[in-house]
Design a protein around this ligand. Structure first.
Ligand code: GLN
Length: 447
């Protein structure tokens, strides 16, 4: 009950949880006790966890931060959730998020913004803001999230915790409410790289119900945590150290890189010439996929249905108009536009080509280094309301994270000291495909 009691006292101020499942948690804790007594416990048996509200959880509200799903109690568990249940984790509840994972500040939630525990007038980042806040405020030791364009790494950075997004296909997307399917990937939050490694080990694995899930042997990501860093080549892309970065973030990142050199790593300059095109490419591809994925919310089988309507088309129209928030509608409109006849070649196809170039840039860089490092976010946490009326400013806050999703690579953010006003800064480490273990090792040795 330690974490449940902490949630009771702190959550009203932080708004990290949409649902707290006290009864379910206590029952799961008793089952974990029984497993421990029987000697059949695994490494996560009895460990409390919070799940982002994008993951389907059997018998528990799965709202995805939306009014559209505010009445949706899932009849089944996401693959990630069932793996973590089998591992013996104890789910405390479901965390706040931007509606359908669209956002970088958690302000797009139907349930109101989650608040940054370092300064409650500031955003925690997004879209997995609630999970980041839960771990940062020690309302849960570990939490799940999803990262389509930075939604694990960026809130981890802004709240001073560690977050990892694995290679695309490592975790199953089954039961994860879809935003942009070719980019969506589950990820892990923890207070340390070691905690993230333990969590990722339990949640990764092949699942035939997701056609993009990769059929690979399961890995133990905790195995190489202590590996020495001597000889590690850290690539510094000049595009990530340009004028966009705030001075306090730059100073914190430089200090961490100096520490890495002391640990025996060397730094090399690399270039990702097409990285500047990541945001425009992403804001074509992600809305295109979202417009298709979100067509299932029609008010017929589940989700919000308007109370009054005329014919079927009117029911669809009114249900969707009432159920979706402004940012979600914006993305559906953009997505429908870029996929429409006559514009497909000009926008969608172009964006796919950029995506390929961006992935090739990373491969060229990894010929010269083992990991790539840079800031996770160009600034520290901003004030609630500061960017919420300006979508483009909001989109630019993901400038360092989005290219990683377009390339399908693993990325991690770990605490890198503090900027102005004592607000956390995150260092992003990017690895080649399946280099999760190396990223966690580099973060662990630094911490
Ligand atoms: N901020 C980005 C967006 O709004 C990324 C979100 C995410 O990774 N889910 O799309």
């Amino acid at each position: 009950t330690l974490f449940l009691d902490r949630i009771d006292s702190a959550n009203p101020g932080l708004n990290a949880f949409i649902t707290v499942d006290r009864e379910g948690a206590l029952a799961a804790a008793r089952a974990a006790d029984a497993r421990i007594a029987a000697g059949t416990a695994g490494p996560l048996t009895g460990i409390p966890i919070a799940h982002k509200d994008v993951f389907c959880t059997e018998g528990v509200l799965t709202s995805c931060g939306s009014k559209m799903l505010a009445n949706f109690v899932s009849p089944y568990d996401a693959h990630v959730v069932s793996l973590l249940k089998e591992a013996g984790t104890v789910m405390l509840g479901k965390t706040n998020m931007d509606e359908f994972a669209m956002g970088s500040s958690n302000e797009n939630s139907h349930y109101g913004p989650a608040r940054n525990p370092w300064d409650a007038t500031r955003v925690p980042g997004g879209s997995s803001g609630g999970s980041a806040v839960a771990v940062a405020a020690r309302l849960a030791p570990i939490a799940t999230g999803t990262d389509t364009g930075g939604s694990v790494r960026q809130p981890a950075a802004l709240t001073g915790v560690t977050g990892i997004k694995p290679t695309y296909g490592v975790c199953s997307r089954y039961g994860m409410v879809a935003y942009a399917s070719s980019l969506d990937q589950a990820g892990a939050f923890g207070a340390s790289a070691a905690d993230c490694a333990a969590l990722l080990t339990a949640m990764a694995g092949f699942d035939p119900r997701d056609s993009t899930s990769l059929e690979r042997p399961r890995e133990d990501y905790t195995r190489d945590l202590d590996h020495p860093l001597a000889g590690l080549r850290i690539g510094l892309p000049k595009e990530f150290f340009g004028p966009g970065m705030a001075d306090d973030v730059r100073a914190a990142i430089e200090a961490v890189l100096a520490e890495y050199r002391k640990l025996g790593a060397t730094t090399v300059d690399v270039s990702l010439p097409n990285a500047r095109l990541a945001i425009p490419a992403y804001y074509v591809i992600a809305p295109a996929e979202a417009s298709s994925n979100l067509s299932r919310f029609d008010g017929v089988r589940y989700g919000h249905r308007a109370a009054e309507y005329g014919d079927l088309a009117d029911m669809y129209g009114k249900s969707r108009a009432q159920g979706f928030g402004a940012e979600v509608k914006r993305r559906i409109l953009v997505g429908t536009y870029v996929l429409s006849h006559g514009y497909y070649d000009a926008y969608y196809l172009k964006a796919q080509k950029l995506r390929r170039l961006i992935a090739q840039d990373f491969q060229a860089a990894f010929a010269r280094c083992d990991v790539i490092a840079g800031p996770t976010s160009p600034t520290t946490a901003w004030a609630i309301g500061e960017k919420s009326d300006d979508p483009v400013q909001m989109y630019l806050s993901d400038i360092y994270t989005i290219a990683v999703n377009l390339a399908g690579l693993p990325g991690l953010s770990h605490p890198a000291g503090f900027g102005a006003g004592g607000l956390p800064v995150g260092l992003q480490l990017i690895g080649d495909y399946f280099a999760e273990g190396r990223l966690l090792n580099a973060a662990h040795r630094y911490q």
